[in-house]
Each structure stands twice: as C-alpha cells, then as structure tokens.
Design a protein around this ligand. Structure first.
Ligand SMILES: Nc1ncnc2c1ncn2[C@@H]1O[C@H](COP(=O)(O)OP(=O)(O)OP(=O)(O)O)[C@@H](O)[C@H]1O
Ligand SMILES: [Mg+2]
Length: 511
C-alpha cells in the first residue's frame, strides 16, 4: 500500500471537509439546532430523528443533563407501567440541602395526579406539610403537648376485621398484633439503646395477647401502654408461663423488672414523653394523602425523633395493610400509596438492633400497590451503626431498592456506595463534583447556588445512571420555601403595613 507523504493532500475529506486551497474545509463547524418533539410530529423528519434514550413513563422529573431530554421517573410507574425496576422503591442519597426532599416531593405531587395517595410518615422539617395541605390531604401533628399517637391502638384493623371473614380476618388481626408488638419492642430499643432480650420479647407478645383478650375496648377505648403495664403487673398465667417463673412470683418480678421499668419510662413522661401512651388525638384517614407533622420535636431530642418516626411508620403501614385486606375482599376500591420515609438515618441511629425494627415495621405482606421512597444522607450514615450485622442490613436497604437516586456526595463515600450500587468512574466524578461548595460572589457578597442543588443521578441496577436536573415550577417554589419565616420577617420589615415593633412610639403593634 502506498503511504501518504507529508504535504500531500489526503485521499478523502477530513472531519471538517476537503482540506487544501479552494476545497471548502470549514475551520468552525456550527452545532446543528436540535428540537424535541413527539414521535407523531417528528416521524416525517426521517432519518434525522433520534430517540431520547430516557424513559418517558412516570412523573416528569426534569431534564437529562447530557441530552436535555425530559426524564420521567418515579418508583411506582417504573415498576408498574414501564417494568424497569424489580420493586417499587427508591432510595435517595445526597449531602444535606441539595434537594433530596424536593425531588421526593415532586414525585409525590406527580403521583397524586395519577391517583396515588402520598403518605409522608414523619416530616421533621416540615418539608411536605404545605404540599399535602394543598392537595387536600390530612395533616396529623405530633409532639410534646401537640398530639398523641397511641401505639397500641389497632386503628381501623378491628373495624376492618369485623367486616371480613375466615383467613382474611385472621390475617388482619395477626398483622395488627405483629405490628403492635414490633412498635413496642422498637420503643423499648430506643429507650434502652439496645433491643429487649428474647424472653422479654415473648413476655411482651403474651402480654399484648392477654390485653387484647381482656380489654373492653367498647367501654374503655383502645388499649394504651398504661393498660399493657397493668397486665404485666397483674402477672396473668399466660405471661408468667412466658417469663418462665416456674410458679415463683418473686422470680417473675425479677424477670420482668427491666421491662416494667422501661414501660414506666414510656408511660410516665420520661425521655420519650407521653406521646405514645395516651389515646390517639387525630385518627388517620385511609382515603386521603397524609402527612405526620413532627417538626415540633427538636433535633436535640434525637431519641424522641427516632421513636416518633417509628410510631408513624407503624401507624402508616398498618393502615395500608388494612386498606389492602379490604380491597382484596372487594369491600373497598384498591388504592395505591406512595410512602415517604425521610431522614431514615435518624431512626437507624437510635440504638443497636434498630435496623431490624425498621425492617419489621416497614414490611408489608404484599408490596403490590405501595411505592416507597427512603431518604438518607450518606452511606456512612448507614454504615456508622454499632454492629456489623446492623451495617450489613442497612446496606441491604440500598441494595434492595428498585432505584437509587444520588445527589452530590463526598469522594470518601464512593467505596461504600459502589459496594451497594455499581458506578463507573465518570459517574462517581459527577457525584463528587456536585458536592462542591457554591461559588462566592464578591460583587453581591452572597453565595451562588450550590452546583449540585437539584442535580441527581438515577441508577437502576448496573445500568448507566441518568443525570437529571430538577427545575422547580413557580407553584413548587412557593410550596418549597423552607425559609418562609425569614422571608416573612424581611417582608414585614419592608412593608409599611407591618411596622416593626421597635419603630412605633406607642409600643407593640398588634393585628
Ligand atoms: N431543584 C431545585 N431548584 C431550586 N432550589 C431547590 C431545588 N431543590 C431544592 N432546592 C432548595 O434547596 C433547599 C434544600 O432543599 P431540600 O430540603 O429538598 O434538601 P435536602 O437534600 O432534603 O436537605 P436535608 O438533607 O437537609 O433534608 C430548599 O430551600 C429548596 O427550596
Ligand atoms: Mg430533606
């Protein structure tokens, strides 16, 4: 083959056309314009049309950062309609303030439009209250002196069981029992920082059964932790057998002493207040979006926050379970729910064995029709748990999620993250770049927007991630305003209709 000598013209055109004098090579190639259109409109432009490559099923989330194409994505649609994921759940990870709750809120709003009921089981900020209120949902306020959630209240399970027969009835009752047992064990775990012993678990289980059999709910209302404590102290035969007291009352007292002390703490206004031991103030409705507003609980009370989150999950999942049983029996229309578990790490950190409790409380017999979004900060939050067993299980939450949505994360996270979700080098670099601090604008003396705000990588199994930017609509921006109090303050300072207290000679202005 003849080799081309230097200076000799190339045998064919180069990437920018024929090179050489009078041959028309272009030094600057303009990018062609691109338009997006539906296949119905764009089909006539064959062969210039190219598929977008991002799924168009689900809630419109934002634009693909690489192609500009719209990305539609939510766990329920991707599971049910698009068959893209193996179970309808999403795990959202990212550094604080980059918009994790905002993206979940977008999904909740979009899904509400599809007829799915958003259920926010514990809003600590509050991030979701305005949204749920604006779509006509129910806001349940919990906190010291604000509202109680009786963890032993079977809710609508008893009423539902009365409408059911046979196996379905037995299943609803068993599920309600299991859930109440799980939440009492979880509260004991939070109180002690360690799980109850096996024997205590059995004692609790029996005591709850005895309480159900002997408590006259029609006359005394739903049983509370006070009643459970009464049963434990009364030492009925069944409970004594579970405590293995071998007929010796003093041995029984010895075995149940710790449990009694913990229950006294839960009912007597100890560290966890009496939120869980008094009759429920606002019963939850099954046919409307719901948010539990627990924002009145201070971040410093981390135990109480964890306990309240657990109680909300128990109540929420219990209600969903009842709704499913009734729908299965054809007694109610089938409803789909989108459950939001924000700030998951707060609950996991509350003590040894917490991961198991969370697992037990958020388990449903049938995942059908229930989408879930779990939100946490980083993998190291999940992996900072005291025992290896807990750490493995916490990693399992991420591994088992249908999709993982990652925002900006520090480089130190990557080995942990990639052990749960496979990521290429380029994907990892993208996430690390998004957590960079915002630029400082010396002109205005303010910070620019953080580079990673609203930017997420949607990962499904080993597939390449889809980078997306979530842009807020005007309506969302109002609903989203987490700095509302500050804005109100600055508005009132500017507005003559709201003179500041100090500026009037007549003292404070009211009304
Ligand atoms: N896509 C976006 N465009 C513009 N602003 C956004 C966007 N996403 C979030 N924000 C704003 O950023 C702030 C923090 O958002 P958000 O509360 O959703 O973050 P987060 O990741 O959930 O934080 P945390 O980890 O503290 O809960 C809010 O004021 C919100 O309005
Ligand atoms: Mg948040």
């Amino acid at each position: 083959m003849k080799r081309q000598r230097p200076g000799q013209p190339a045998p064919g055109p180069g990437p920018r056309g024929w090179s050489g004098w009078g041959r028309g090579a272009s030094t600057y190639v303009q990018a062609p314009d691109e338009w997006r259109a539906t296949t119905v409109q764009a089909c006539g432009l064959w062969p210039f049309a190219a598929g977008a490559g991002t799924p168009m099923t689900g809630v419109p989330l934002g634009r693909n950062l690489l192609s500009g194409a719209t990305l539609c994505c939510d766990p329920i649609s991707w599971f049910q309609r698009a068959n893209l994921i193996s179970n309808p759940s999403a795990f959202v990870l990212g550094k604080p303030g980059l918009g994790k709750s905002t993206v979940v809120r977008r999904m909740a709003l979009g899904l509400a439009g599809y007829g799915v009921l958003p259920m926010v089981l514990g809003d600590l900020k509050p991030d979701y209250v305005d949204l749920v209120e604006s779509i006509g949902g129910q806001v349940i306020r919990l906190g010291r002196g604000r509202g109680h959630l009786n963890v032993l209240d079977p809710g609508e399970a008893t009423a539902a069981a009365a409408r059911l027969t046979g196996d379905a009835r037995a299943q609803v009752l068993a599920d309600a029992h299991g859930r109440r047992h799980a939440i009492v064990s979880a509260l004991v775990t939070v109180m002690r920082g360690a799980p109850p012993t096996d024997r205590e678990e059995t004692v609790l289980d029996r005591a709850l059964k005895v309480l159900d059999d002997t408590h006259d709910a029609a006359r005394r209302g739903a049983p509370t932790l006070h009643h459970l404590l009464e049963v434990l102290r009364a030492a009925p035969e069944d409970v004594r057998a579970a405590a293995l007291d071998r007929g010796d009352r003093s041995r029984y007292d010895e075995v149940t002493e710790d449990l009694e002390a913990t229950l006294i703490g839960l009912t007597g206004g100890g560290r966890l207040g009496r939120i869980f031991a008094e009759p429920t103030t606002t019963p939850m409705l099954r046919d409307r979006p719901v948010v539990f507003d627990v924002s009145s609980i201070d971040d410093a009370q981390s135990d109480l926050q964890a306990a309240v989150l657990l109680a909300c999950w128990s109540a929420g999942f219990g209600a969903i379970s009842v709704a499913h049983a009734l729908a299965d029996a054809g007694l109610e229309p089938r409803r789909h729910h989108f459950v939001v578990l924000d700030e998951l790490w707060r609950a996991l950190r509350a003590g040894r064995g917490m991961v198991d409790r969370v697992d037990a409380l958020t388990r449903l017999n049938r995942q059908r029709g229930v989408g879930m979004a779990m939100v946490s900060h980083t993998m190291s939050d999940l992996l900072a748990l005291p025992t290896e067993e807990d750490r493995m299980k916490a990693r399992g939450f991420v591994e088992r999620s249908g999709m993982v949505i990652c925002g900006g994360l520090p480089a130190a996270e990557m080995p942990m993250l990639t052990s749960a979700v496979p990521m290429t080098r380029a994907e990892q670099d993208l996430l690390v770049g998004w957590q960079d601090p915002p630029a400082w604008n010396p002109g205005t003396g303010t910070e620019a927007e953080p580079p990673g705000r609203g930017r997420f990588l949607v990962k499904v199994g080993g597939r390449p991630g889809i980078p997306v930017h979530v842009a807020l609509t005007g309506v969302e921006r109002q609903l989203n305003d987490t700095n509302k109090l500050w804005h109100e303050l600055s508005r009132s300072a500017d507005d003559p209709a709201f003179p500041s207290t100090g500026s009037t000679a007549d003292g404070p202005v009211r009304g």
